[in-house]
Design a protein around this ligand. Structure first.
Ligand SMILES: Nc1ncnc2c1ncn2[C@@H]1O[C@H](COP(=O)(O)OP(=O)(O)OP(=O)(O)O)[C@@H](O)[C@H]1O
Ligand SMILES: [Mg+2]
Length: 332
């Protein structure tokens, strides 16, 4: 197996604070890997170490087989990075931003021009290329930043919160671009996010990170399956007792609860394979199905299961803390 990124026992301390606490993970070539975690979890710190912008305290990190502490130039040439904070020059046009970046990366004039046109096309900004960036929308700026990160044809792209602060529709548009880069261009991507839907839609695998530690790591579907099963909720009318008895006998059913008024809740592995069976058993036992609903665990459920809290709770706490501090400052 060839890996694009190998991290072993990585730790980063800022004074007494352990921002990244002994984490290990590997990203395969061509993979779209996500770091999912709340504010302050250590996502940006990790990306900064992987891209040589920050020195680690201890551990081993290899990117494209280069040791990030020893082969910094090689690492930098082989990666692209899009920062959490916008980093474009607003007084230049989109095309100029890209052109200067290409030149900084050592491409000659001809090469740079050619590459800029290619990459503008890739992110569909050709017709906006000569506008000043200050007149770009949030989504256009993000696409331009991604384009800039790709100018030197990197094998690995780091995206730190690629859709932070964008509206739902623009976010979806950016997702399509990211997917395309990964699937069609074969670029290995490591992204960070605290949006569940983003990690769920984009990533092959995710690491859930909280307080500097990787709490759990795996394929999205496997993580969801690890919670013990899907929930099927149904409402039936008829001889419920014999229906429930029959369902109980099925091997994949783990739990069945009657909630009164014909409501039945079934916890089962691979719920979708059970649906036809449920319908058949209902017919056999002379029950009429009024409604049926299959719910797969979400990444949100996975996060809650492994960290004991929701990502949203965390953000609300931070917001409260922020407001408190602001009030204090006003009083002084
Ligand atoms: N240069 C620094 N000096 C001191 N502490 C830092 C520094 N950079 C980050 N930290 C701290 O390290 C921890 C991890 O920060 P980091 O920026 O990596 O989190 P994050 O997961 O990217 O969060 P967010 O979702 O808010 O971007 C936080 O507690 C932060 O305050
Ligand atoms: Mg961050």
């Amino acid at each position: 197996m060839e890996y694009a990124i190998v991290v072993e026992n990585l730790t980063k301390k800022f004074g007494n604070l352990i921002a990244v606490n002994n984490i290990s993970f590997k990203v395969k070539k061509g993979e779209l890997f996500g770091f999912l975690g709340p504010n302050g979890a250590g996502k940006t710190t990790t990306i900064n170490i992987l891209s040589t912008l920050l020195k680690k305290t201890s551990g081993k990190v290899y990117v494209n087989n280069f040791d990030v502490s020893k082969k910094m130039d090689e690492v930098r040439k082989s990666i692209g990075i899009v920062f959490q904070e916008p980093a474009l020059d607003n007084r230049l046009t989109g095309r100029e931003n890209l052109y200067f970046h290409a030149r900084i990366y050592g491409m000659n004039k001809e090469e740079s021009k050619k590459r800029v046109e290619e990459i503008l096309k890739l992110v569909e900004l050709e017709d906006k290329a000569d506008k000043l960036v200050m007149y770009y929308s949030g989504g256009m700026k993000r696409r331009l930043e991604i384009a800039r990160g790709l100018i030197h044809n990197p094998k690995v792209l780091f995206l730190d919160e690629p859709t932070l602060g964008l509206d739902a529709q623009t976010r979806r548009h950016i997702w399509e671009h990211i997917k395309k880069l990964n699937k069609e261009k074969g670029i290995t991507i490591l992204l960070t996010t605290h949006y569940m839907e983003e990690a769920d839609f984009l990533c092959d695998r995710v690491a859930i990170i909280d307080l500097g530690k990787i709490v759990v790591i795996g394929r999205n579907d496997k993580l969801k399956d690890s919670l013990g099963g899907d929930t099927i909720e149904l409402i039936v009318k008829g001889d419920k007792k014999s229906f429930v008895e029959e369902i109980k006998k099925l091997r994949s059913v783990k739990k069945i609860v009657k909630n009164g008024k014909g409501k039945i809740r079934i916890i089962a592995e691979k719920g979708e394979t059970l649906l036809p069976r449920i319908i058949r058993e209902a017919e056999k036992t002379k029950n009429k199905i009024i409604s049926i609903n299959l719910k797969k665990p979400s990444l949100e459920d996975v996060f809650l299961h492994y960290t004991g809290k929701t990502i949203r709770e965390e953000s609300v706490d931070l917001k409260k803390e922020f407001m408190k501090r602001r009030m204090k400052m006003r009083r002084h």
